[in-house]
Unconditional design. Structure first.
Length: 317
């Protein structure tokens, strides 16, 4: 027993922590990083939270006296749970309605996630990798886990894991921006794009969009969204002009300019009072990709942070 005296003169006892309290404190100190690993593996906030919760249930059943390094142990649990989850997740993607995008992570919102340097564009590139390649790349290249520990987590030889990481790195390197956009320029372009796209100003859009720009829109079958990607400047201009003719102007409102997974963008209310996030990949001052998320299931944490509803309570679009 240890006796302490506060500055107020009050005496209190500091009792030793129980094993359950030690386990809880240890896990909570790593939760944010584990959640980030799970999210980057799965692309889904809710699935990542489920995986971390399952990791916790396994952690509390462990004899802690036999765990010399808690974080590698926990990262191994989370990685293996994610690999199992990815099998069913990929099956669900095959029946997903329209384009699939990762859940948007909005900068400066209290999301409980540690930070890293991945962008939404790189997340899309990760979708092309096998589960083992994705795990090797994320653990080693992004989260700095030593190669030997990655090999343990994947139950593979270190040489095989090194090859997985090399192949993954080669496949995603092209998606890494050569010159990351400065914050001021990104926010200026995001605001200009919102104004031009909602007004159907094709002259302004022509200066903002790259010739090979692509738009991907994720409604998940819950709200109206474009089923297939729209690629190319001319097709995008015709699409925005058609939207203006059909709906007129003033059908959308910016709620907040934000950065979404490292890309400039905004949160808005669209026609039908539907919540939407828009993220813009920018190269050489022009927009090369537009990522629109409208699926209300993917926007719940965004809506909660803004204290708004992800979709109208009475109807959906």
């Amino acid at each position: 027993m240890v006796i302490h005296i506060r500055s107020t003169g009050c005496v209190y006892e500091e009792r030793p922590m129980s094993q359950a309290e030690i386990a809880t404190a240890t896990f909570e100190s790593h939760r944010a990083r584990l959640l980030r690993i799970a999210y980057r593996m799965l692309g889904s906030r809710s699935e990542a939270e489920d995986v971390v919760q399952n990791a916790w249930l396994r952690w509390v059943a462990v004899d802690l006296t036999k765990v010399s390094a808690p974080y590698p142990f926990l990262a191994r649990i989370v990685t293996r749970l994610c690999l199992d989850e990815m099998k069913s997740a990929r099956a669900r993607r095959e029946t997903y309605v329209g384009a699939w995008l990762p859940d948007p992570l909005v900068e400066n919102q209290e999301d409980g996630l540690d930070k890293d340097d991945l962008t939404l564009t790189l997340m899309m590139a990760l979708e092309r990798l096998s589960p083992l390649e994705r795990a090797a790349f994320l653990l080693h290249d992004v989260f700095g886990v030593p190669l030997g520990e990655v090999a343990d987590a994947l139950d593979r030889e270190a040489a095989a894991v090194r090859q997985l990481a090399v192949r993954a790195r080669r496949n995603v390197e092209a998606a890494r921006p050569r010159f990351p956009v400065e914050r001021e320029e990104g926010e200026r372009i995001a605001q200009a794009f919102f104004a031009a796209s909602t007004s159907g100003d094709t002259a302004a859009l022509r200066t903002l969009l790259a010739e090979n720009a692509v738009l991907r829109s994720d409604g998940g079958g819950k709200v109206l969204a474009f089923i297939n990607p729209i690629t190319g400047l001319d097709r995008l201009l015709r699409m925005f002009e058609g939207v203006r003719r059909k709906w007129g102007q003033g059908w959308a409102q910016i709620l907040e300019l934000v950065w979404i997974d490292g890309l400039p963008g905004y949160i808005s209310r669209e026609r039908g009072d539907v919540l939407q996030t828009t993220a813009l990949a920018i190269e050489d001052g022009q927009i090369t990709a537009i990522y629109i998320t409208r699926n209300p299931d993917k926007l719940r944490h965004v809506a909660q942070a803004l204290a708004v509803a992800p979709v109208p309570t009475s109807r959906t679009q």
